[in-house]
Design a protein around this ligand. Structure first.
Ligand code: C2O
Length: 584
């Protein structure tokens, strides 16, 4: 794997490499000053020669643009809400939190202050913060004391203080709860989920949260720990969160998932009857597939493009986000209203949120490193997308996605760790092809279909038996489009592909798992708003075709298996999408 993780340039601070083993992430010593002028070649700024402006493309000058990103000539990057204007944040208080409807009142306290103008964020010059896995910090009592003290102090601040714990959680709540209509358009609220904004927005969110914690204990080396849920050693909820006397504790969780329960990336609101080993193996295989399909096609890993004034429900989430959705559901309350982790408006009220997201962020870093830090979307609408946060001095600051791509500029990194899923090749299924177990399947047709039971359809592939270089050039992607979640709330379905057992016939066995659609439950207000929205899911199927050895099939059988929620879908088809492998 590539080790350009932080790519120190000649003038950068003397970062020290720990040559990583094959499956390891590089790490750094924590006592290094971060320089602002680190090499930024992996993080293009507006003037960077490797980025191509959308307008150049329109003039026919650009070559790189649009390789993997649907281009929309009328769009612009997502911009932060105009918070100094009254009404910029707009939260309806109707909710299904009967006891605490103020959960939804998450507009920032400074809303409507005309004197307030967010300033551009200046990146800190502090020692490099090193985020470590929770299974390691749990035994570091000095660190744990600091962490708990910092959280306790944050919780003790007055609730109107932007650095207060609940205020911080409200930043997430507002950014995900349809609170910020873009240009007054309620159909296009700013949302930080289910698109290419997901990973960078949450990276910044953690950055500021971590800096605030550090400043509360006067320690500029303080780093958040990460819940290493992609490692068999870290697949349970850590005991650092389960002690009712700890400030890291939260009462609104599914306590039947406390240790030693293994997290389930395909959680169903029902615990599946699997041995721990089987569950671990499934998790690892799912993570591996997510990387394998996503590496050449960033939209499958990061999520689809989302531009100004576009409706965020129309984009497909990346599969890393989908796994993360399941973790939210697995940790939060099992029943309605699914506090805290179980629904986005309250999720950041649980300290475990920051552990989950540190790992999600680490997996993104790992992904970047594996791609040689190639920019995921060479697209100004991504790079220039801008958000607002509070810094630790309570100033409202603006940040851009392009500045989040270099974590050394943000002065943090991840301790060396393994990626055990890299080698997790799923066991070959033995296919049931006895005549009694096969059923006739047809093409999807033009009618939309209720997913009240599993459906199996025959889907024609654009091309069969593709050569190695054709596959390198284009990935094969399954689209499930016009998904409607009838009540706008929670839903899940899993997708499998298989070769026909006989012409036009499917076997009882669904075949290879290729990905899922997972929607978190929403509050009634947000659910109402999202009720008839047609959503999209894209999953890569190249590796499943190879591993299932049905690369030569002209059509494949797609099985869509509903798990919860009332869902219907509009169509199922396969497209070849250009990878960015050769776009350097
Ligand atoms: Cu904004 Cu884990 O969610």
């Amino acid at each position: 794997m590539s080790l350009y993780f932080l790519s120190p340039g000649p003038s950068a601070c003397p970062l020290e490499y720990h040559p990583a083993s094959k499956h390891a992430l590089p790490s750094r010593s924590s006592r290094i000053r971060c320089a602002l002028n680190n090499d930024e070649k992996q993080s293009p700024s507006s003037s960077s020669p490797i980025t191509v402006d959308r307008r150049d493309m329109l003039l026919g000058l650009g070559g790189l643009y649009g390789a993997t990103t649907g281009m929309n000539a009328r769009a612009d990057p997502i911009m932060p809400p105009d918070l100094n204007k009254a009404g910029a944040c707009n939260i309806a208080v109707e909710s299904n939190f009967p006891d605490k409807s103020d959960f939804l009142k998450c507009c920032p306290p400074y809303q409507g202050d005309e004197t307030l103008v967010p300033t551009d964020y200046t990146f800190p010059k502090t020692p490099l913060r090193v985020r470590r896995p929770i299974q390691e910090v749990v035994n570091d009592s000095e660190y744990m004391e600091k962490f708990k003290t910092a959280i306790q102090k944050m919780k003790a601040l007055p609730e109107t203080d932007p650095c207060n714990f609940i205020q911080q959680s409200k930043i997430h709540c507002a950014y995900c709860n349809e609170a910020y209509p873009q240009n007054g358009d309620v159909n296009a609220p700013i949302s930080v989920h289910a698109s290419w904004i997901f990973l960078p927005w949450h990276r910044y969110y953690l950055h500021f949260f971590e800096r605030i914690l550090g400043s509360l204990i006067g320690d500029d080396t303080f780093a958040l720990p990460y819940w290493n849920f992609d490692n068999p050693d870290g697949m349970t909820i850590s005991t650092i969160y389960t002690d009712p006397n700890s400030p890291l504790y939260d009462a609104y969780r599914n306590t039947s998932h406390y240790p030693p329960k293994i997290v389930d990336y395909k959680y169903n609101y029902v615990d599946r009857e699997l041995t721990d080993d089987a569950l671990i193996a499934e998790n690892l295989a799912y993570m591996r597939k997510t990387f394998k399909e996503g590496e050449p096609l960033p939209e499958l890993f990061m999520g689809d493009p989302l531009r100004a004034n576009e409706n965020p429900s129309l984009t497909s989430p990346g599969q890393l986000e989908v796994i993360h959705n399941s973790i939210h559901q697995w940790v939060g309350e099992r029943d309605v209203p699914h506090r805290d982790m179980g629904t986005f408006v309250t999720a950041a009220r649980d300290c475990i949120f920051y552990g989950v997201h540190a790992n999600v962020d680490r997996l993104w870093s790992f992904y970047r490193a594996r791609r040689g830090n190639r920019v995921e979307f060479n697209d100004r609408d991504w790079l220039d997308a801008t958000f607002v946060f509070y810094d630790e001095e309570r100033k409202v600051v603006k940040v851009k996605i392009s500045d989040s791509l270099n974590t050394s500029k943000m002065c943090y990194t991840y301790a060396e760790s393994t990626a055990p899923w890299l080698g997790a090749v799923p066991k070959k299924k033995t296919k049931a092809k006895t005549p009694g177990s096969i059923v006739q399947v047809n093409e999807f047709g033009s009618e939309r279909k209720e997913l009240d039971k599993p459906i199996q359809v025959l889907v024609k592939r654009p091309k069969k038996s593709r050569s190695k270089s054709e596959k390198e050039d284009e990935g094969e992607v399954l689209y499930i489009s016009d998904i409607i979640v009838a009540d706008g709330r929670k839903a899940r379905f899993d997708v499998y592909i298989n070769a026909p057992a006989a012409p036009g016939r499917a076997a009882a066995d669904y075949g290879e798992f290729v990905g899922s659609y997972v929607k978190l439950p929403e509050t009634s207000q947000a659910a109402k708003a999202s009720k008839d929205k047609k959503r999209l899911l894209k999953v890569g199927i190249s590796s499943a075709l190879e591993e299932g050895e049905f690369e030569d099939a002209e059509s494949i059988v797609v099985s869509i298996v509903p798990r919860f929620g009332s869902v219907s879908i509009g169509s199922v088809f396969i497209k070849l999408i250009k990878t960015d492998v050769n776009s350097v």
